[in-house]
Design a protein around this ligand. Sequence first.
Ligand SMILES: [Zn+2]
Length: 307
Amino acid sequence: MALVRTCLSKILSHRTRNPFLSYLSPPPLTLSLPRIHSFTLSASLSTSHTTRFKPICLYHSQGKCTKMDDLIHLEKFNHDSSRELQVNISELNKIRSQNLDFFLILDLEGKVEILEFPVLMISAKTLQVEGIFHRFVRPSNMSEQRINEYIEGKYGKFGVDRVWHDTAIPFKEVIEEFEAWLMQQKLWIGGELNRAAFVTCGNWDLKTKVPQQCEVSRIKLPPYFMEWINLKDVYLNFYNRRATGMVTMMKELQIPLVGRHHLGIDDTKNIARVLQHMLVDGALIQITARRNPRSPRDVNFLFKNRI
Ligand SMILES: [Zn+2]
């Protein structure tokens, strides 16, 4: 009962403070309900709150689901990348005019080599999910045995190691497919991105990891990775508060964490929710880091106050 109460009060306080974000699908409750009903309602709300999360179909997110006519599969897994990312239309007028049309939220997984490359495309005007690109990545410089151990340790705990083994492709192929996707979305025709920018949580993904993986995979650093937005820097300058990571930003903005933290595709959705929140709060989301075109290893940071 106490737990249920706490849960309900958290949900209610979240709804009250963030009325524009409809992450929680049940209709608003009033606090003036009779006590006896309040328990029944809070219990069912609490249940729906815990059961509502539907894991994303990791075959579908990669364009590889073959069970779209299997009702049990559809009931068990989420096939809609915009789920839990709906924003109330009446709040869109609070958004400042941005210099970009689209944000590409990227959150790589894998410390030794990249294991997952998820990108969520969000419109800067409607805040809607306009596209998704997601691939599991097979390391190119590792023995089979080491890969198996690595994947077991990383994805076994989420129960998604099987889908990883079924679908992972080498980074070089991921990049080729990503470029085809960028072109299809009219975001890129060579050179820099067109009216779009990557949004990451920290600089590690694009400053460090992508160039490292390009070396290991023996490909040139693609030109669209020359600049990016570190959301933590924008957060610091907008709210005047230092956040060490995604979870801290979410706690401070009272956004509930959805999905499995450190499953890349779920993390991009959580970062997207922080971004949506900041946009509705009136933030201008600008480029924070840019590589020197003559010496791409050198990165210039564009904000004076940085995390
Ligand atoms: Zn599926």
